[in-house]
Design a protein around this ligand. Sequence first.
Ligand SMILES: NC(=O)c1ccc[n+]([C@@H]2O[C@H](COP(=O)([O-])OP(=O)(O)OC[C@H]3O[C@@H](n4cnc5c(N)ncnc54)[C@H](O)[C@@H]3O)[C@@H](O)[C@H]2O)c1
Length: 451
Amino acid sequence: MAKTTKKKNTSTKKINKIAPPKGKLGVLLPGMSGAVSTTFIAGVEAIKAGLGKPIGSLTQMGTIRIGKRTDKNSPLIKDFIPLCDLNDLVFAGWDIFADDCYEASLKSGVLEKELLNDLKDTLKETSPMPAVFSRKYVKNLNGKHLKRGKTKMDLAEQLIEDIKRFKKESGVDRLVMVWCGSTEVFIQASAVHSTIKSFEEGLKKNHPGIPPSMIYAYAAIKCGVPYANGAPNLSADVPALNKLAKLKKVPISGKDFKTGQTLMKTILAPGLKSRMIGLNGWFSTNILGNRDGEVLDDPYSFKTKEQSKLSVLEHIFQPDLYPDLYSDYYHKVRINYYPPRGDEKEAWDNIDIFGWLNYPMQIKVNFLCRDSILAAPIVLDLVIFLDLAGRAGLHGIQEWLSFYFKSPMHGENLYPEHDVFIQLMKLKNTLRYIQGEELITHLGLDYYDFA
Ligand SMILES: NC(=O)c1ccc[n+]([C@@H]2O[C@H](COP(=O)([O-])OP(=O)(O)OC[C@H]3O[C@@H](n4cnc5c(N)ncnc54)[C@H](O)[C@@H]3O)[C@@H](O)[C@H]2O)c1
């Protein structure tokens, strides 16, 4: 473990005791046969087998500064705070396609066949359980590996049974669930989502405002399992499930993994704003050809994604505070399904900016990324940090995990924090806080002479 500083946690009132990460951690993945899930699972198995490194994962590779810069104390995060070891992860999940993890990884077409063949025996051992699914909510998919039930409550109870059975049979100590399923059609929160009672009534009466992702979130929270949502659909982001999470003392987080183009946006936009550079327009377009791209080809699923992608700039640029710079910019986001490209998405951004005396300038970004290669380490970090949150007694919405999301869930009456640098500071200060270390403000007052 890392050296600790003499001065402890003066800026906070309470330090949580963290239960040790003993035993195995079960990772439950709705959408287990998809590109993100399979790249995550096969990636973790490759790392366990010494065939690769966890590039992109803060829990595995990131460091954290403790104390002053002169203390020269920057341990790895995983040496600073007791995290679950990657070797202790065990996988389970659900999908509408029954392929085992090896077959599903091959079909996803992200990782090379040679690597997957080296992991074949391990990957073949895991297959998804039948899913809770309805084409009303994801129009461009059709699978047969499904649960049947008269009501949505019956389906939730079947998921709860799955969770309990997996825990018993696998002997895992704790569980975490991350929604890696497809993006569902756009739904707005309404009366059925307002209280636990109205939500449970809605489950019993098959209310159309409750899509499958909410049924999974409900089942996880009911079982005391921390839950993260990697897609933009509401899922746990409704008052009823937020209340249930607080009641059951379960940490929750979401929505929509922040990977390619939006990651770039939340890196560039804070930099432009920090120098008071103005914005006239930001046009973003993408081509991608994986199953996610096919699902997003449906305008109803795309609307959910579009809302998520559009929201970041407004919160970063704060036009109400900087009307001369940001009150009148045009922001457009497009996603085009283009099968030949597979998971290797290409994103273009044209950014029209202006400087001193309104003189115009342009920035062009062409990001040739790999969607699931960027998403897999996010899933790993969310699994490990949500497990930490659970062991440290944190519950309800975990805003310190905003770092990983395009549309961060946030407390009532608060706005979401999108600036990736503020998000990272918040994440690291939360780790310092739960370990009882002094928070870092970057003030450095001792350095200056005062009159
Ligand atoms: N890849 C990225 O960079 C990225 C970034 C942000 C968000 N996301 C989101 O993450 C999710 C997964 O992305 P992906 O690229 O793996 O997509 P994918 O289409 O390859 O995988 C999604 C999987 O979910 C399954 N599924 C759909 N509904 C289900 C249900 N009700 N129960 C169980 N399984 C269900 C599908 O059969 C499919 O196997 C998508 O919602 C996507 O929008 C991905």
